[in-house]
Structure formats: structure tokens, C-alpha cells
Design a protein around this ligand. Structure first.
Ligand code: PRE
Length: 432
């Protein structure tokens, strides 16, 4: 059994100063985690120099802090080490049991009184043993029961114990601190676009992407029983959900105030616990059930095939394989800004590797570069981090060669994960 140490959880203790961490036991199966910590980017930079190992002290598939190895040979030897571990990991997974199952939930409560138990600080006794020791897999998600993220956690890990967290950051930290074994977090929606916060957090934390799930998202308009649309003065929800229903709300004549809250189900819970008769929430049918609200309208997303893509995160990477479709996510930057982008992308194009996503985010350590080539004043260029997803496994020699080439063009490169693609047949009519 591995105990919780700063090295085993993969975080540099210097980079995270935990100022408050509290757990809220809602019922014996449910833990709501709230914590606040200060992130020290100077120490985090130092973190990139640490050598990450697996539980046995052997190198993980990505070297220090998940960076691509210094050479192709290093990549290949990392993959070989990982390949030798595949059998034991699969056996562990089998022992832990898989299959269709339940998500922990607050059943049928109509007020939030029991959700508002006085928070008690998280103690060492709240930290369970390492994953895969016979207990259910604990999966952190952002939101409260009834959130789409909870449904995504259930789709990714059908028998899991889903752990609600009030912020994305808390879900990351729950995994790092061994409170949870996995986190399932949204990264993009077909209508609302990227969830930038999670891209930034992926870079800031040392977790690995080990899978993806795509969840069809069917929004409902929820209100207290007896409330009619004409009584409504505002609609509240997660900003993504508000964006995904913008046109439909207008078509329904709901030109009322729209206010953002932390998550869709949290909006439903807020209405129920405060008995708000002039407010509706955009949330799932399951949230209506959990918080005792009625469904005023169903399927109010602007596009019927609305889908959100979630990634699963773990402390250790999985072993890349070639016997099924894999995707790999990387992030890179270059000292000379965007000029490198074409070269990097061509490393994939020349090898017929398809890109599925490209995203740029501010380079937070160095957001601006001053240039004065023409000696006519100083131009300020924005600096970016580029996130790319491509359709190949890191066990595929084409991907290894492409990354070896990318590494030559970039000053920073990190593999966020190489994981099976979600190939679930598309069913836009499915209700959550
Ligand atoms: O608020 C929720 O229910 C969530 O799970 C979050 C979230 C998101 O962040 O995009 C997830 C899926 C939907 O796209 C809307 C909201």
C-alpha cells in the first residue's frame, strides 16, 4: 500500500500552499470537498525539474513532470517499461471490478438542509488507501449531485463513488492528495467551446489524462412546482449551460436576467433551498428529481446534438496501446512565439496523423514579448501555450517520431496523456 507523500501524489509541496481544506459528509457515502489553496508559480516552475516515478520508483511513461524524453531512444525505453506493466495493471483493474453501476447521490431530498452540515476539516483519517484495493474507485467531479459532470463520471467509471467538489481546482487537488483516484472534468462543449479553466489547470497540476468521455447534454428549464414561465424574473445556471441555451431562451420569450452560478445542479439546489418562485434553473432532468423541481421545458439546448467532452485524470499515466484508437494530448510553447506553429503542425501532417483539437492560452509565465525588429518602436506580441490533441497512441512509432521532431522546434513540450478515444456510438436523443 502506498502512503500519501508529496512525491507519491506527484505535487511539489512548495508550489501548493493549502490554506483551507474541509470535507462535508452529506451522507455516509458522500463527501463534498471544499478547499482553498494559494498557487505559487515560482515554485511550480521549479516543479518541472522533479523526476516523476511510478510507485516502484521506475520512471513513468513521460519523464520529469510528464515532459517528452530528451531523445527518441528515451521515449522508446519509457514505452518498453510501460509495456511490461500492462498485464499487472489490467489484473488490478479486473480485481477492482468493472461494469454498469450506480453513482453516489443524494436521494430524493427536496431541501438542502442536509447539504449544509457544518464543514469539518479534512483529516488524515479521511484519506483512504491507494486506489484499486477492493474499494470502489473514487472519482472527483466539479458540481453537486445532478451535475452533468457527475453523469460523465458515471459514464467513465460505471461503478464509481462520485465525489462532488465545489471547484475544478479542488477536483485536481483531491486526486493529488489521494482523496480521489480520478477526476472527470469538462474540457469542451460542441456549442459553448473550450472550458479554458481546465486547460490552464492541466498545465498547473501534474496529473495525466487517462481517458475521455463524450456526454450528450440535454438541458431542461426547472422551477419550483406551480411556477409558470410568465412569473420568471431570472434564469440561473453554469455559464456554459446559459451559453448553450441562449437562443432557445429568447425564442421562449424569456428575456429575463441570466445569472451564472458554479454548476447547473447547484442552480437547481439553490432555487429549492431558497424557495425562489421567480427564478428558473437550466439543469438536467436528474437535478429536477433530486431537488424537487418541475420541468417547464425539455431539450432547450440550441442544438439537439449538444455534447460535452470530459477528460479523466489520474496520478499516473496509462500504458499507451495500438490495438484500439488512441488520442494523445500535448502542450507546447516556443521562445519565439507563434512562428513555430506551422513547423510543429507539419510534423503531424507529414506522418498522416490527424489533429482533432488545437487551443491556445496565454503563456502565464511570460504573457508578452517585446519586439523591435524594425527599430521603429517596441511592438508587444502576446505569448501562447498551444494545446494539441492528435489521433495516435504514444506507442505508435509515428507519434514518437513526430514528438521527437516537435521537441526540436519547441522550448517547452509536455505530453498531457495518451488515452483511448471515446468511440461510443452517437445517440443525440438519449436523455441523461
Ligand atoms: O454544471 C454542470 O452540470 C457541469 O457539469 C459543468 C458543465 C461545464 O462545465 O461545461 C458540464 C457540461 C455542460 O456543458 C454544462 C456545464
Amino acid at each position: 500500500m502506498q502512503s500519501l507523500t508529496s512525491s507519491s501524489s506527484g505535487i511539489n509541496p512548495k508550489s501548493l500552499t493549502r490554506t483551507k481544506i474541509q470535507s462535508n459528509r452529506v451522507n455516509p457515502n458522500q463527501l463534498v470537498i471544499r478547499c482553498v489553496y494559494r498557487f505559487d508559480s515560482a515554485n511550480a516552475a521549479a516543479n518541472t525539474g522533479t523526476v516523476r516515478t511510478n510507485g516502484n520508483g521506475a520512471p513513468a511513461s513521460y519523464n520529469s513532470a510528464g515532459h517528452v524524453g530528451a531523445s527518441r531512444a528515451e521515449w522508446q525505453s519509457s514505452c518498453a517499461i510501460l509495456a511490461s506493466k500492462v498485464v499487472s495493471q489490467q489484473q488490478n483493474a479486473l480485481k477492482s471490478g468493472g461494469g454498469v453501476g450506480n453513482i453516489t447521490a443524494v436521494n430524493g431530498h427536496k431541501s438542502t438542509t442536509d447539504l449544509d452540515l457544518v464543514p469539518k476539516p479534512l483529516t488524515i483519517t479521511d484519506l483512504s488507501p491507494a486506489p484499486m484495493h477492493g474499494a470502489q474507485l473514487r472519482v472527483a467531479y466539479q458540481g453537486v449531485p445532478g451535475a452533468y459532470s457527475e453523469a460523465a463520471a458515471g459514464k467513465a467509471y460505471p461503478k464509481c463513488d462520485a465525489i462532488p467538489c465545489d471547484q475544478f481546482e479542488v477536483a485536481f487537488q483531491a486526486v493529488e492528495l489521494w482523496i480521489a483516484d480520478r477526476a472527470v472534468l469538462p474540457v469542451e462543449n460542441s456549442l459553448g467551446g473550450s472550458i479554458h479553466r481546465n486547460y490552464d489547470l492541466l498545465l498547473r497540476h501534474r496529473l495525466h489524462i487517462v481517458g475521455e468521455v463524450q456526454l450528450p447534454v440535454h438541458h431542461c428549464l426547472l422551477a419550483l412546482p406551480g411556477v409558470r414561465k410568465e412569473y420568471l424574473a431570472r434564469v440561473i445556471s453554469h455559464p456554459q449551460a446559459l451559453a448553450q441555451c441562449e437562443l432557445t431562451l429568447t425564442k421562449l420569450g424569456l428575456n429575463v436576467a441570466r445569472e451564472a452560478v458554479d454548476d447547473t445542479a447547484g442552480a437547481a439546489e439553490y432555487i429549492a433551498s431558497n424557495n425562489l418562485r421567480d427564478t428558473a434553473a437550466i439543469a438536467s432532468a436528474r437535478a429536477a428529481d433530486l431537488y424537487g423541481l418541475q420541468i417547464l421545458e425539455q431539450g432547450i439546448q440550441d442544438d439537439s446534438s449538444n455534447v460535452t467532452r470530459f477528460v479523466m485524470l489520474a496520478r499516473e499515466p496509462i500504458i499507451p496501446r495500438t490495438d484500439r484508437p488512441f488520442k494523445t494530448s500535448i502542450v507546447f510553447a516556443h521562445d519565439k512565439g507563434t512562428s513555430v506553429l506551422f513547423k510543429v503542425l507539419s510534423a503531424f501532417a507529414f506522418r498522416n496523423i490527424s489533429l482533432t483539437k488545437i487551443e491556445s492560452r496565454p503563456h502565464r509565465n511570460r504573457p508578452i514579448r517585446l519586439v523591435d525588429d524594425a527599430n521603429v518602436g517596441t511592438a508587444k506580441h502576446f505569448e501562447y501555450m498551444f494545446y494539441v490533441d492528435f489521433e495516435a497512441s504514444m506507442a505508435d512509432v509515428r507519434a514518437q517520431n513526430a514528438l521527437a521532431e516537435v521537441q526540436e522546434f519547441t522550448s517547452f513540450l509536455r505530453v498531457l496523456g495518451s488515452y483511448p478515444m471515446d468511440m461510443t456510438p452517437w445517440c443525440p436523443s438519449r436523455e441523461d
